[in-house]
Design a protein around this ligand. Structure first.
Ligand SMILES: Cc1ncc(COP(=O)(O)O)c(C=O)c1O
Length: 391
């Protein structure tokens, strides 16, 4: 059955106001998400924030339930954080590493993740090694197998990078880590809400996600899936009330589940909004919205390919809703400005977004147009016409 795009747009206050192709930055939230947050903020103002928090226990519990349904895990395996970077680094910094240990990473790790890799490698003496890509530009799983030995302690893998439409084969990589028992962290920041994700098929130990991008949730929200079995093999980078419990004297107990990665204080309204956004995404069905997102992105790539001065610079066997492009000798920031003047939102990914990949491909920045299921074919065509006039 065709997806009811008119309804999706009618439920999205921003959709009629602009052409929003910055879904990989932050997608437009549905009205239901915005209202849930406003309602809670009003309640905080009327009765006090702690008191409002007590009344919101069911809505807060729903956020864990919704995230668990989204990923195919249990609510105990979910920690809610204030960003995807926080979620990812909580897992990564918890892994005990020493000199001589090897960290294997994709070439498209997000800038913040890569900085963390450098930081930890410098502190511990572990090495970072980039897994080669195949000819299409996605991780070469056979090459990964060839790199393995007993010193490989963790594999970190970005599913969909910030700066291109690439989709890395995370389930095939998971088959390797399942065989070998190597800890496996997946960055699903750009893919969660965009593609169906089932942690049981990926066999990852940890997976980080983001609220504001393809899930269409609030800013300042992220989450971490942490397999309960994996928690026995790692430490925690920090603890505080909620993540741990003081018993008596010098004794404390770290939470047995993913909550160990959380801090007590949180933005309750945003956390509620995240749960509502996930429920909303699940109501549409991620499989259905993913099919439409791919269709729109393919149309966009096809149209752009007809423009002489535009080059689509996406790589990989499978491509998603993120379309990265270069316009002949033109500064992407200037093109973005011109598009913004026409009420069109896109983004510019700088080199630091995905340092290793951008450096290897000799790119200093790319223009990123990212579509979601509530965008229209008409918007895709209008975007290409506008770009043609600017190129
Ligand atoms: C692939 C990827 N990972 C991680 C992040 C970091 O997400 P956050 O800004 O929520 O920390 C981003 C942000 O754009 C991203 O694109």
């Amino acid at each position: 059955m065709e997806l009811d795009v008119a309804r999706a747009r009618g439920e999205t206050p921003g959709a009629a106001r602009m052409l929003h192709f910055n879904n990989a930055g932050a997608a437009l939230s549905p009205e239901r998400v915005v209202n849930a947050m406003i309602d809670h903020l009003n309640l905080e103002a009327q009765i006090g924030a702690y008191e409002a928090g007590e009344r919101a226990q069911d809505a807060l519990a729903n956020t864990y339930d919704a995230a668990a349904r989204l990923l195919g895990c249990t609510p105990r395996e979910i920690a809610v954080t204030d960003s995807a970077s926080r979620a990812w680094s909580m897992a990564f910094y918890a892994i005990p590493l020493t000199s001589g240990d090897r960290i294997l990473a994709s070439s498209v790790e997000y800038g913040s993740n890569y900085l963390s890799l450098l930081h930890v490698a410098q502190r511990t003496g572990a090495s970072i090694e980039i897994i080669p890509n195949n000819d299409s530009g996605q991780v070469d799983v056979a090459a990964l197998r060839d790199m393995l030995d007993e010193r490989v302690k963790v594999i970190v893998m970005t599913h969909v990078p910030s700066n291109s439409g690439l989709v890395n084969p995370i389930a095939e990589i998971g088959a390797v880590t399942k065989e070998t028992g190597i800890l496996y962290i997946v960055d699903a920041c750009q893919s969660v809400g965009q593609l169906p994700i089932d942690v049981n098929k990926i066999h990852c130990d940890f997976l980080s996600g983001c609220g504001r991008k393809y899930l269409r949730g609030p800013r300042g929200t992220g989450f971490l899936y942490a397999k309960v079995d994996a928690l026995r093999r790692i430490d925690v980078p920090q603890i505080s009330l909620d993540g741990a419990r003081w018993l008596k004297g010098a004794c404390y107990e770290i939470a047995a589940d993913a909550r160990r990665f959380e801090t007590w204080e949180t933005n309750v309204a945003a956390k509620i909004g995240l749960g509502v956004a996930i429920d909303y995404a699940l109501e549409w069905g991620i499989k259905r919205t993913w099919e439409r997102t791919k269709k729109l992105a393919n149309r966009l790539r096809r149209n752009l390919a007809t423009l002489a001065s535009v080059e689509v610079v996406d790589q990989g066997d499978e491509l998603c809703g993120i379309v990265s492009l270069a316009v002949d000798g033109r500064d992407p920031a200037k093109i973005r400005e011109k598009l913004a003047a026409q009420n069109v939102n896109v983004w510019v990914c700088s080199e630091s977004t995905a340092c290793v990949d951008m450096e290897a491909r000799n790119l200093t920045s790319v223009l990123r147009a990212s579509v979601h299921y509530y965008n229209t074919e008409g918007e895709v065509d209008k975007f290409c016409t506008l770009l043609e006039g600017m190129a």
